[in-house]
Write a protein that binds this ligand. Sequence first.
Ligand SMILES: C[S@@+](CC[C@H](N)C(=O)[O-])C[C@H]1O[C@@H](n2cnc3c(N)ncnc32)[C@H](O)[C@@H]1O
Length: 217
Amino acid sequence: MTTRKKAKGKPGQARNPWRDHYAEKARKEGYPARSVYKLQEIQRRWKILAPGKKVLDLGCSPGSWLLFASQTVGPSGKITGVDLKPVDTSAMPWVRMITGDVTSPELAEELGGSFDVLLSDMAPNTCGNRDLDALRSAMLAEAALDLAGRVLVPGGAFVCKIFQGDGFEEFMARVRPRFGKTRLFKPQSTRTASREIYIIATEAKPAPEGGWEPATV
Ligand SMILES: C[S@@+](CC[C@H](N)C(=O)[O-])C[C@H]1O[C@@H](n2cnc3c(N)ncnc32)[C@H](O)[C@@H]1O
């Protein structure tokens, strides 16, 4: 009897060479997820991370951005990761993990300080309805922006994933006035079919008196 190797992935799902290539590369290089290559591309272009920086990583599980960020900022930096799911950070001494919901009103206080860089790779549990998925992604992006308005230092950087679709243009209109420079970036390591895109916003402006306008989605 011949035994055939089972293809990885969800039952009924065809193998995806793109997915396999980056997943295999991440496994070999010791990163928990292939998403690390998106942050590496962002870093190569914009040098958002640097030794000594204080970084907040929202939606940090399973931990590949956390690991890359901690390697880049080094022991003189500080990283705080937040996710609904816990991440074991025992091998990364200058990383603090908060297991919780980014939309929680108590989070800013728990973070207890300011950050030079806010990264958000948060993604909703997708349901397959593109409009609904885009709207849920925009709501997470809003939560990240709201937090940025409270904890990001003037001059700081905000990197945020969002699905293009419902809520996207409204969100961009709220991001632009808060930063000196705002760009959109689709990493090569993102599948061409994916609607996810990253907002790279730098030179954060100080909040006006009374704070920034609250979210609308
Ligand atoms: C694509 S994964 C992030 C991958 C991560 N950047 C890495 O490199 O390992 C998206 C994450 O967003 C998290 N997430 C979604 N909604 C969230 C919420 N409301 N609060 C905190 N985390 C959330 C999910 O639990 C998931 O782990």
